[in-house]
Design a protein around this ligand. Sequence first.
Ligand code: PLP
Length: 314
Amino acid sequence: MNTGNIKPTPIHKLDDNELSFLYAKREDMIPYSFGGNKARKALLFFEEIDKIGADVVVTYGSSHSNHCRVVANMAAERNIPCVIIGPDEVSDTTYNSVLMKLFGAKIITVPVEKVHDTIEAELEKLRSEGHNPYFIQGGGHGNIGTEAYVRCYREIKAFEQEENIHFDYIFFASGTGTTHAGLVCGQILDKDEREIVGISIARKNPRGRDVVVDSICEYLDEKAPGYDKAEVEKKTIFLDDYTGDGYGKDSRDIEDTIKDAMIRFGMPLDGTYTGKAFCGMMDYVRKNNLQDKKILFIHTGGTPLFFDFLGQAR
Ligand SMILES: *Cc1c(COP(=O)(O)O)cnc(C)c1O
């Protein structure tokens, strides 16, 4: 699969009784390996991998990682080995980890503080064996990942033009901040007025927001030098009120949100990312009286995690 095969993902209205104009952009429907933002990013990373003719892919992520699932799938499709380095602390069996095994990925787990050195050692070993390895940062972080979400932003703009609508707010789950960075870069390049609100799934401010700002600056340094740093600061809205117990922990509210979204919209959410973001968005909307605003929720994927959730549901 390559990016040339991908059409814009659907945007459709959700019939919500509280919000008059709530829409969802369904990144989970990217037609590759259960889709999601990691599929959109990985498609671009693999264009690079194909171009330079790398013969091994190395990446980082836990056993819950959507990124690692997609990367392992794309490597298997090309018949090149995939090495995944992950933290011992999050290495339980999940649908994503079962899929990684099915794709034949080599999974190395080490205590989290050893991850960095293990990655370096693995890359060194592969090079000394005559390989040409390609390393993808965890979650598909970096300018290539950011570029993927600048393109997603353009899809949103095209939809707005076609349907004669303007979204006042865009909400989504923010993890490594790459998706967030790409959307804000798109907004800055196109000089659009709206609120792009990332709901943190784990990181707290100020660090969480700083990481997004750094990613935006790194991308704009390359694509639009001379951009206004103050504008980047102003446009980066990163909410850390909804992280709950941190990465991968479901709370009661999130559980209810997931069940409710499945029943009312037929839309699967998960406990780590999309369920948290949807739940956080609804709370933010109520607290700020945004019920009549035009709101777009980006469904960033993670469908295998929905099934993990079902397995745990009471
Ligand atoms: C990784 C992920 C996110 C967060 O995306 P980032 O670009 O890392 O901020 C959100 N939702 C899902 C389903 C993810 O897998």
